[in-house]
Design a protein around this ligand. Structure first.
Ligand SMILES: Cc1cc2nc3c(=O)[nH]c(=O)nc-3n(C[C@H](O)[C@H](O)[C@H](O)COP(=O)(O)O)c2cc1C
Length: 221
């Protein structure tokens, strides 16, 4: 097999982050990751980033290879960030075996990125219930219909599964949460903030959890 070759089209794609220079400073991160992350998330929302709560979640598969996919961050607390999924999905199985993950928010249009790395645990059942209550009926039916990440023969079969679920819950107003569906929380050991700057001399600040707070380190870009 030939190694990957450079493509002229791709090789010429280059954005210089020369817009208004927003300096990312050690001082701004002194109070820990949460205030900083919340202010950047607010800026991403204000800046019109599409799905600003989307993050690329990396887990470790049974084969030892990293596996990534996008999920939506649905909660934030002093202990970490939460997302919801099927506990029997690929990621659910990975996290049961190896409860560690990395998650990256990519906000390319405002030249920012934030990466969390840490330990993963299930959120309490009551917290999953609370989020489930906010999900529209269609999303609830979808969660019941899909054995996420398992193979299926055809789209027709999947649509048939949805029809069965619709029939099953036809007379139920408040569709309950499937037991195999709920939240995970990533409790970060490190959080890295990245701000694009000119000439590829970007700002990178990494916060590392210590016994009594956060160690703040600037990294070379
Ligand atoms: C923008 C976006 C948001 C997504 N949000 C979620 C989510 O919050 N939870 C989820 O289980 N899957 C979500 N998905 C689908 C996942 O990326 C993935 O396909 C699915 O969870 C199965 O992954 P797995 O087989 O690795 O478990 C999202 C996909 C996209 C593109």
């Amino acid at each position: 097999m030939a190694p990957a070759r450079n493509s002229d089209d791709l090789a010429h794609m280059r954005v210089d982050y020369s817009g208004p220079a927003v300096e990312l400073t050690e001082d701004a991160c002194a109070a820990g990751w949460r205030p900083m992350f919340e202010s950047w998330l607010a800026a991403a929302i204000e800046g019109g980033v599409s799905e600003p709560n989307a993050m690329v979640l990396a887990t470790i598969g049974d084969d030892g290879l990293p596996a990534t996919r996008t999920v939506l961050c649905k909660g934030l607390s002093d202990t970490g960030i939460a997302f919801y999924t099927n506990y029997e999905s690929g990621k659910g199985r990975h996290l049961a075996a190896r409860p560690v993950a990395s998650a990256t928010f990519v906000w390319a249009s405002i030249a920012r990125q934030v990466t969390f790395r840490g330990d993963v645990s299930r959120v309490p059942e009551a917290v999953s219930d609370e989020y489930w209550e906010q999900r529209p009926r269609g999303a609830r039916l979808g969660a019941w219909a899909s054995e996420q990440s398992n193979p299926i023969g055809s789209r027709t079969e999947l649509d048939a599964k949805l029809s069965q679920v619709e029939e099953r819950f036809a007379k139920v107003d408040d569709i309950p949460r499937p037991l195999g569906w709920g939240g995970f929380e990533i409790t970060p050991r490190t959080v890295e903030f990245w701000q694009g700057r000119t000439n590829r001399l970007h700002d990178r600040i990494r916060l590392t959890r210590t016994t009594d707070g956060w160690d703040v380190t600037r990294l070379q870009p």
